[in-house]
Design a protein around this ligand. Structure first.
Ligand code: AMP
Length: 291
């Protein structure tokens, strides 16, 4: 594995691989790697010849300095894990390489960015995400880029910006990797104290409870949301949001319209702060109207 810190060197390395006829896959991360990130690498390795991983804690997507300062950093461990997983090129640029003096451009995906996490994290959050992802796609120019379903809103935004800006890349959204008890893996889980870690399982259990109700025939969005909230409350978790939205447009479901009357898959998403960690999780429900 080669670790590269400049865009010029990155482009040269990717061009050399492409010159050898290799298909390029990109996994973009903010480091503090866990099995969720590595599952994306595994998928990329299965489908591409050369896997590029970026590790860049993007300052523009953090709404507060404290949150940015608290973000875990583990460069050496990340490099070891990336290499063991089969990453060929590790791109770890400094902030000044990505945002040189005079940087003035922002990519905003209207509509998809404002609800859910956009509401609490502010309008700048997903603009920061969309801008850095656009830049990384331009820097690496991969054939395929892999993102996790865990960050469902980000996945929808990236898919839309690639389509809207005609960026020649295929976006693959990969399933959420979970701890044995169901908690979605996240770099932020490290902030949970033992008692909070136990309570945090409430997020995935809330999703499961709503899914089970849907499987048993419940089609009222309000009722499904209430079932999820009740499960969160059992774990003393006060949700920031519990939302049932269209998985593609992220538009909230009309409570007067049964869930299975909505065209396409439905996303049930939750966000909650447990201790010092803001956690998110979601599930996609594809409901058969006859059930
Ligand atoms: P992050 O480092 O948190 O920005 O995440 C980098 C990529 O890994 C994003 O595409 C995330 O959606 C994805 N990811 C993070 N956690 C998980 C997980 N538990 N399962 C699958 N993908 C994940």
């Amino acid at each position: 594995m080669r670790t590269i810190t400049t865009i010029t060197e990155l482009r040269r390395a990717v061009a050399a691989a492409r010159g050898r006829g290799r298909m390029i896959g990109l996994v973009a991360t903010m480091g503090a790697l866990h099995d969720g990130h590595l599952s994306l690498v595994g998928r990329a390795r299965g489908e591409c010849d050369t896997v590029v991983m970026s590790v860049f804690v993007n300052p523009t997507q953090f709404e507060s300095r404290d949150d940015l300062a608290a973000y875990p950093l583990s460069a050496e461990r990340d490099a070891d894990l990336a290499e063991a997983a089969g990453v060929e090129i590790l791109f770890a640029p400094a902030v000044g390489e990505v945002y040189p003096d005079g940087f003035a451009t922002t990519v905003t995906v209207a509509g998809l960015s404002e609800g859910l996490c956009g509401e609490s994290r502010g309008p700048g959050h997903f603009a920061g995400v969309a801008t850095v992802v656009t830049k990384l796609l331009n820097m690496v120019a991969p054939d395929v880029a892999y993102f996790g379903q865990k960050d469902a809103q980000q996945a929808a935004i990236v898919s839309r910006l690639v389509r809207d800006l005609d960026i020649p890349v295929r976006i693959e959204i990969c399933p959420t990797v979970r701890e044995p008890d169901g908690l979605a893996m996240s770099s932020r889980n490290a902030r949970l104290r033992p008692a909070e870690r136990k309570r945090a399982v409430g997020l995935s259990q809330a999703l499961t409870a709503a899914e089970q109700a849907a499987a048993a025939g419940e089609r009222d969005a309000d009722v499904l949301g209430r079932i999820a909230r009740r499960k969160l409350a059992e774990h003393a978790i006060d949700a920031e949001y519990v939302a049932l939205v269209s998985a593609t447009t992220l538009v909230p479901l009309d409570p007067l319209v049964p869930v299975d009357a909505v065209a396409g898959p439905v996303l049930l998403a939750v966000a909650a702060t447990v201790g010092a960690a803001r956690l998110i999780d979601n599930t996609i429900m594809v409901l058969d109207p006859r059930n």
